[in-house]
Design a protein around this ligand. Structure first.
Ligand SMILES: *Cc1c(COP(=O)(O)O)cnc(C)c1O
Length: 438
């Protein structure tokens, strides 16, 4: 059991977190990228392996999901400058952003319309490849378009996949697994939106609903999967595979920045702001970013004020041993993708020396961001994804952090990227409703 009084005395920031105040936190554990990465059990070779696997499946994607054709069969998203949104942040919120602001539009990713299309789909592919190789259906060097065949479909139909989700991971795993032929079970927490459950059922996915939160939905899924020898459980709280699927994003981002002629180096620091739930997506992407850009990148996570589980895990060092309810928070938030009360211990231990810090955001602040992005840039992203804008809005206020890291004089050259983590599949009626929430 967590002793809240003892924690508040030892780690003063806990008091503000427990009051659900918006804030920023500089990670005192941030370490130079090289030694921090060398300590980890995961390396570049692991990300290479994930990248290679995604390339092997590219011909399959072009055939199965023609929407991936423009990306050569990769599930990838545009990196878009959003100067009008930057002006809005500066004008309306006195953000004081002097560098560039770009949007990484994972909100538009093919197949699942969220960042989960990276990790989630990658994990389904890896599992499928292993099954097919073991069964002798697939051989090294094969053209993977054959995975679209009825033979493979019947083969995968003998296997089940389970996953626990607040919504988007379920969409990604569900859509992908059902397309391959699996029997799929998505265990949805109470936070999941109705339209996401409806969409999955349309695709033939079995959706199990729980009145409880995300941790419970995961536990139930894990339990059921254990009882079925043909079942595979996608473990969002501990999966190295998911994490590596997310990590591939960083090298692709590096290529996009180079294509657009945007320098990132010691004089042109890169700031990346990623909405965080259990920590896998921002952790994996952040891990990849430190590998690619070393000490020139600063990775910030953003969480709702009522569900700052990763912040609690990192600030206390307790990782998955602490949950937001331990400090009196509800874990409830309109940012459904971020409605997680207990962080991934695996993600937390991996990023504790890599993450620059955290921002927390109130639910009410998400809708002005959502409206502003549509009004200024004509782009829609879902409320959870809007959390990313809390970073550029507040970074200039982190004066001590900027000074201590020698960044104050360089902010005019800085590149800020808000990671838009979801949106494409949100129905128009929901989009309009979000737009009108005041
Ligand atoms: C899942 C999700 C995140 C965060 O990913 P985690 O791996 O849970 O930290 C952020 N934004 C959206 C829209 C999501 O669905």
């Amino acid at each position: 059991m967590v002793d809240r009084n003892e924690l508040e005395q030892r780690i003063p920031v806990i008091t503000a977190i427990a009051r659900a105040e918006e804030g920023c936190w500089a990670n005192p554990g941030l370490t130079a990228a090289k030694p921090a990465l060398e300590k980890l059990p995961l390396s570049r070779a692991d990300v290479d392996d994930a990248e290679d696997r995604l390339l092997r499946f590219a011909p399959f994607f072009r055939r199965m999901f023609p929407e991936t054709e423009d990306w050569g069969g990769l599930i990838e998203s545009p990196l878009t400058p959003i100067p009008a949104m930057r002006d809005w942040l500066n004008r309306e919120l006195q953000a004081g952003i002097t560098g560039r602001l770009l949007l990484k539009r994972d909100s538009d990713l093919a197949v699942a319309g969220s960042v989960k299309a990276r990790g989630g789909i990658y994990e389904v592919l890896k599992h499928s490849e292993e099954l097919a190789l073991a069964a002798g259906l697939l051989r090294e060097g094969d053209d993977y378009t054959k995975v679209c065949s009825t033979e493979f479909h019947s083969f995968f139909a003998q296997h089940a996949i389970h996953v626990g989700s607040t919504g988007n991971l379920g969409l990604s795993i569900g859509i992908m697994s059902a397309a391959l032929g699996y029997r799929v079970y998505v265990h949805m927490s109470a936070d999941a939106r109705q339209w996401k459950k409806d969409l999955l059922r349309e695709k033939g996915v079995t959706v199990m609903e729980y009145a409880a939160d995300y941790s419970r939905a995961v536990a139930e899924g894990r339990k059921l999967a254990e009882q079925d020898p043909s079942a595979y459980f996608v473990d969002d709280e501990n999966s190295v595979t998911l994490f590596l699927g997310y990590a591939v994003a960083a090298r692709r981002l590096k290529a996009q920045l180079a294509e657009q002629g945007i320098p990132v180096d010691a004089e042109h620091p890169l700031f990346v702001y990623i909405p965080c739930g259990v920590g896998g997506a921002p952790g994996g992407i952040g891990f990849g970013l430190r590998q690619e850009f070393g000490d020139d990148v600063f990775v910030f996570f953003v969480e709702p004020t009522q569900a700052p589980c990763m912040l609690l895990g990192l600030a206390t060092g307790l990782q998955e041993k602490i949950c937001v309810q331990d400090v009196g928070l509800s874990g409830k938030t309109a940012a459904d993708g971020l409605a997680v009360g207990r962080p991934s211990g695996f993600a937390g231990r991996t990023v504790r020396e890599l993450a620059a810090g955290e921002f927390t955001v109130r639910d009410e602040a998400l809708y002005p961001y959502l409206r502003a992005l549509r009004d200024t840039e004509g782009l829609f992203i879902e409320p959870s994804a809007c959390a990313a804008f809390q970073g550029p809005a507040k970074i200039a206020g982190m004066r001590d952090f900027l000074r201590e890291n020698g960044l104050t004089e360089k902010m005019g050259n800085a590149v800020h990227i808000a990671w838009a983590t979801g949106g494409r599949l949100v129905p128009q009626t929901e989009r309009d409703r979000y737009y009108n929430i005041m």
